[in-house]
Design a protein around this ligand. Structure first.
Ligand code: IPM
Ligand code: MG
Length: 357
């Protein structure tokens, strides 16, 4: 088959991990007989340096002309929160998610067998395993609500960030979670703060309605603070976890860390139509950028998700995942994860994974 992939290499370690992932895509294409072409798309801090804006006109259109988008990471201290919005890399990230209609962000936290020792939780907890599909609503809530900043009479400046959710927005991401659960261990945990927030009370009622449609799926409501605690107490209890945008942002970092390293966790952002966007959940790590130290595995596993969800090629996806596990089982590791002997760099790790495909 033929596919066109938009590459947003981004900032910091972004270009290095994308390069590593591209070698893996090429290897899969060669082995399974696919033809894959790439289109480079500038976005993030590098685009600000080049064009003065982090999200140049036409970015979304270029991506829409492809079958999938692979993103490294954007951001860095050079383009910090003090810069105008149009220069900040995060503005571009939110804009591309919105413009492509990517309402569901799937973050798959698994404790890979070879990395069980890297799990910071107690051994008896780690032994029970971790395989959580976190489904984060991605284009609504407080990330996209109205913001305001104004002077008050006696308290100085005051700001507001509005969190809004409609039934439609909740239902479409909820449905995604139930559908995924049907293909997994048939359990959905919906996370909210219904004891305080009105948006959460609506969230919960929509989820309950959906739960009726999926009688085979075991369903439970968890409050977000309790979820943060349960994730370290007993992560094996979770199958699919579905939650709103900001709760999902926070909980997915926690879920990734308990699997051993931020450098291991892939994500897929999908909407009603192609293309989906695939990116590691880690950031641009400017402190190690350009030194061939970054772990490319999160990006490579994101490519596996691309083959599965955008190209509908589960066999190719498994080939990538198995290659990653095989390389880790042999003790190979980048500096951020445990293993045997000296750590290897981004390029070598990517090459090793290619050799095992
Ligand atoms: C993520 C990141 C982004 C987010 C930032 C960089 C805007 O933390 O993808 O989780 O909060 O969504
Ligand atoms: Mg985050």
């Amino acid at each position: 088959m033929e596919f066109k992939i938009a590459l947003i290499r981004g900032d910091g370690i972004g270009p290095e991990v994308v390069n590593g992932a591209v070698t893996v895509i090429d290897k899969v294409a060669e082995k399974f007989g696919h033809k894959i072409t790439y289109v480079d798309v500038d976005m993030g801090g590098n685009a600000t340096d080049k064009y003065g804006v982090s999200y140049p006109a036409g970015t979304a259109e270029k991506c829409k002309a492809c079958d999938a988008v692979l993103l490294g990471a954007v951001g860095g201290p050079k383009w910090g929160p003090d810069k105008p919005a149009e220069q900040r890399p995060e503005t571009a990230l939110l804009a591309i998610r919105k413009d492509l209609g990517l309402f569901a962000n799937l973050r798959h936290a698994t404790l890979r067998p070879a990395l069980i020792d890297a799990c910071p939780l107690k051994d008896e907890i780690a032994q029970k395993g971790i395989d959580i599909m976190m489904v984060r609503e991605l284009i609504g809530g407080v990330y996209f609500g109205k913001r305001d900043r104004y002077e008050t009479a006696d308290c100085g400046v005051e700001c507001t960030d509005l969190m809004a959710y409609s039934e439609m927005e909740i239902e479409r991401v909820g449905r995604q979670a139930f559908e995924l659960a049907m293909k997994r261990r048939k359990k959905v945990t919906s996370v909210d703060k219904a004891n305080v927030l009105e948006t959460s009370r609506l969230w919960r009622s929509v989820m309950h309605r959906l739960a009726q449609e999926y009688p085979e799926v075991e369903y439970e409501d968890y409050l977000v603070d309790n979820t943060a605690m349960q994730l370290v107490r007993d992560p094996s209890q979770f199958d699919v976890v579905v939650t709103e945008n900001m709760f999902g942002d926070i909980l997915s970092d926690e879920a990734s860390m308990i699997t051993g390293s931020l450098g291991m966790l892939p994500s897929a952002s999908i909407g009603a139509q192609a293309p989906g966007l695939y990116e590691p959940i880690h950031g641009s790590a400017p402190d190690i950028a350009g030194q061939d130290k970054a772990n490319p595995i999160a990006t490579i596993l994101s490519v596996a998700m691309m083959f599965k969800y955008s190209f509908n090629l589960p066999e190719e996806a498994s080939a990538i995942e198995q290659a990653v596990d095989a390389v880790l089982a042999e003790g190979w590791h980048t500096p951020d994860i445990a293993g045997q002997g000296e750590p290897v760099g981004t390029k070598r790790m990517s090459a090793l994974i290619c050799e095992h495909i």
